[in-house]
Ligand binder design. Structure first.
Ligand code: NAP
Ligand code: MG
Length: 499
């Protein structure tokens, strides 16, 4: 492992972004965001709590009722496009900050996260002028049409695994539809959302349209999710907290969308392009340190190639470079915090205890102050083992054999999750059968973890409610109004018209 970390720098200092201004928290409190690769404090950030949430929601309401709703769709689109350009101009710096706050490899921040952020703002910048209703014929002298209107003030709560990308997935469609937003980034990774706030200010969004309030989930997050002044709550994170969010939203009947956990089955048949499948399997578990709701954490391999494929995986995983996230050649960076590290190590122990074979990895790398884990492969995993059913959120792969397509579908469907899945085969009939049989919001055929802004994304089963990206996101962030117009003479039938 190489370590090119410079000597400790003074922590960066950030305030909340409310009503177009950077302000201290009402309580004056701050919290520290460490760099996971060094353990040093990377940023000191104002800590929002209920009073700040109240201020931010009030600012968002005022902006919604004021300037923002009067702005034309074209101008909203222009602002979003301008923001996408500002992000692109600052991409290198944002990628570096993301890597220092989150621990992910700079290669991923630079070539995956930041381009994804720009893509999302660019894509949704095209939507405001295309949000259309319908005309619907009914019998009689009636003309009926629908309007898609913004929902109002949106609360958005996002996780730490793709801090800026998740902010983009949430903000871009909400703003395109004409909503205003109060966004709470994760406590572990508040920095890039606040850097984005600077660019939102520079782009010229009216004050209060976007408010960014870092703070803890149990305080700021809970206050936001249960706030009677918000019209919609959009959440990405764990299934456990997603259920809490749904409960507090239910109390006010706030609209809610949830992107939750996953345990993606990656199904590989013997007739597949096995080199491509091997490459994707390694990427699927190592990408973002496995801290990814789409991680291909359950590899289902047809029994006839089970051992050969597993051997191939082991040789590839042996070459994966773990270490300093700022090093361009690093493929697995640092685990985000101690809690996450403990969770990963716990599952590695649990897999061994349950009788799975640990084939490679399994250890924490302790040579630096940061938190690093070897990529780990378990074979001889049974579908009922915890490592095959539960979301680990680390580079720990469970490899399971299957005998035929129906068997693969049954194993794939045997968890509570249903976010994404993949199937690798050259047989079209089989590819369609498996992709239809698997209960998941996205199924990739002969590819893995693609996620263009145009395509809907979200979960079946306990992986979520609603869809992000594409036209679906526009539907999530708008309400539908029906307008009925009568024309021609109207003969009353309730109170007879006077003659
Ligand atoms: P989490 O608790 O679900 O965090 C997601 C977001 O929800 C964060 O902004 C968090 O704030 C906030 N939050 C936490 N408690 C809340 C509450 N009571 N009310 C409102 N908001 C609340 O996830 P985590 O604890 O960071 O990670 C735990 C596990 O969740 C991971 O090991 C992984 O399995 C899963 N996870 C899944 C995804 C995904 O994309 N599906 C993403 C992240 C984590 P704070 O961070 O400030 O507490
Ligand atoms: Mg951090």
């Amino acid at each position: 492992m190489s370590s090119t970390q410079p000597a400790q720098a003074t922590p960066r200092r950030y305030q909340l972004f409310i009503d177009g201004h950077f302000v201290e928290a009402e309580s004056g409190k701050t919290f520290k965001s460490p760099n996971p690769a060094t353990g040093e404090t990377f940023a000191e950030v104002a800590e929002a709590d209920k009073a700040d949430v109240d201020k931010a929601v009030a600012a968002a309401r005022k902006a919604f009722d004021g300037k923002w709703s009067k702005m034309s769709a074209r101008d909203r689109g222009r602002l979003l496009y301008k923001l996408s350009q500002l992000i692109e101009q600052n991409a290198a710096q944002l990628a570096e900050l993301e890597t220092k706050d989150n621990g992910k490899p700079i290669k991923e921040s630079t070539y995956i996260d930041l381009p994804g952020v720009v893509e999302n703002f660019e894509y949704f910048a095209g939507w405001p002028t295309k949000i259309e209703g319908e005309t619907i014929p009914v019998p009689g002298q009636m003309f009926n049409y629908t309007l898609r209107e913004p929902v109002g003030v949106c609360g958005q709560i996002i996780p730490w695994n793709f801090p800026l990308l998740m902010a983009a997935w949430k903000l871009a469609p909400a703003l395109a539809c004409g909503n205003t937003v109060v966004l709470k980034p994760a406590e572990q990774t508040p920095v890039t959302a606040l850097e984005l706030a600077k660019l939102i200010q520079e782009a010229g969004f009216p004050e209060g349209v976007v408010n960014i309030i870092p703070g803890y989930g149990e305080t700021a997050g809970a206050a936001l999710a249960s706030h009677p002044g918000i019209d919609k709550i959009a959440f990405t994170g764990s299934t456990e907290i997603g259920k809490l969010i749904a409960k507090s939203a239910a109390a006010n009947l706030t609209k809610v969308s949830l992107e939750l956990g996953g345990k993606a089955p990656n199904v590989i048949f013997a007739d597949a392009d096995l080199n491509a499948a091997l490459d994707a399997a390694v990427f699927g578990i190592c990408f973002n340190m496995g801290e990814c709701c789409n991680s291909g954490s359950r590899l289902l391999i047809e029994r006839s190639i089970y051992e050969d494929f597993t051997q191939g995986l082991i040789s590839l995983i042996r070459e994966v470079k773990v270490g300093d996230p700022l090093d361009e050649s690093t493929q697995i960076g640092a685990i985000v915090n101690d809690e996450q590290l403990d969770k990963i190590l716990h599952y590695i122990e649990e897999g061994q205890r349950a009788g799975a074979s640990l084939r490679i990895g399994g250890r924490q790398l302790k040579s630096t102050a940061g938190r690093f884990v070897e990529p780990t492969i378990f074979s001889d995993v049974r579908p009922d083992m915890a490592i095959a059913r539960e979301e680990i959120f680390g580079p720990v792969l469970s490899v399971l054999p299957f005998d035929h397509a129906d068997d693969a579908i049954a194993i794939a469907n045997s968890t509570a999750y249903g976010l994404s899945a993949a199937v690798w085969t050259r047989d079209l009939d089989r590819a369609f059968a498996v992709s239809r049989g698997v209960r998941a919001g996205t199924v990739w055929i002969n590819t893995f973890m693609e996620g263009p802004a145009e395509l809907p994304f979200g979960g079946y089963k306990q992986s979520g409610l609603g869809r992000e990206l594409g036209r679906s996101a526009i539907e999530e962030f708008t309400d539908l109004k029906t307008i009925q117009v009568h024309f021609g003479p109207r003969t009353g039938w309730w109170v007879k018209p006077r003659s």
